[in-house]
Design a protein around this ligand. Structure first.
Ligand code: IPD
Length: 257
């Protein structure tokens, strides 16, 4: 069996178990129940528990691979590195919402090798390995065939890490181009929606490696046009990310300028 298939199958199993664990912490809908690391920067009990679970399981199964998590940082270095976001979309999770996922990616240098997103409250699992296609609940997915921004729906991600103007500029350009504007609180899920064709584009002025490591191989395998996140400062300091339906590759520059 292909080495990456072994790892992908293991990653799907681990991410499913991690998703079940996270569900045990999901609060009832209502006001957000979580610690604030800063304004709108949430930390739930589930984040720590899920990351600790995945770190221990991966160390057991693949001790030769590196490991990096959102909460604990880089625990092991290695040519191949697993990158985990225990809960992406924490602001949704913290108030009992459904739009969040556990994200698990394996990267080697600037190459995304495989990725899995499990969104247990939505009953969805996205998975891909390099050269093996991308799936949603085991069915193949492709980015949308949209070619006209006036028919497009585009998500712009927001975080408290940049001044609000960075978001507002992008949002204004999306609306001025005639596209429908969305913002949904989970970068990984927004990008996965581009891979499955539910969205035509996702842009965020700054996002971190753990938010995107799981979804990058899914986007690549689904034929989306994606910014070269792993080739710039992204892996160390975070960076801008965009992903678009391939038919919007030409016109995307109107939004990015
Ligand atoms: C955040 C979410 C959010 C995105 C931010 C991320 P978290 O991750 O993905 O949608 O806009 O850039 O930091 O805090 O939910 O893991």
């Amino acid at each position: 069996m292909h080495d990456l298939d072994t790892r992908l199958n293991a990653a799907i199993g681990l991410a499913r178990a991690a998703g079940d664990l996270a569900m045990r912490y999901l609060p009832q809908p209502g006001a957000a129940q979580a610690e604030l690391k800063g304004a709108q920067d949430w930390l739930t009990e589930a984040d720590g528990a899920v990351e600790a679970f995945l770190a221990a399981q991966i160390a057991d199964l693949f001790p030769q691979d590196g490991f990096q998590g959102e909460e604990g940082g880089e625990l092991r270095t290695g040519e191949r590195r697993w990158v985990v976001d225990p809960i992406d979309g924490t602001s949704n999770f913290a108030r009992g919402g459904a739009r969040w996922c556990v994200s698990l990616g394996l990267v080697e240098g600037t190459t995304p090798l495989l990725g899995v997103l499990v969104a247990p409250a939505l009953g969805e699992i996205y998975a891909a390995r390099r050269g093996g296609g991308a799936t949603l609940n085991a069915r193949p997915i492709r980015a949308a065939v949209t070619t006209d921004l006036r028919r497009a729906t585009i998500e712009v991600g927001w975080s408290p890490r940049l001044p609000d103007l960075a978001f507002q500029n992008l949002a204004n350009k999306v609306q001025a181009a005639g596209a429908m504007l969305r913002t949904g609180g989970s970068g990984a899920m927004g990008l996965a929606d581009v891979a499955s064709g539910r969205l035509d584009g996702y842009i965020e002025a700054h996002i971190n490696l753990w938010d995107v490591a799981g979804v990058l191989p899914i986007l690549a395998e689904a034929g989306a046009v994606v910014s070269p996140f792993l080739e710039g400062p992204g892996p160390v300091a975070g960076d801008l990310i965009y992903a678009f339906a391939p038919g919007l590759a030409e016109v995307k520059d109107r939004l990015m300028r």
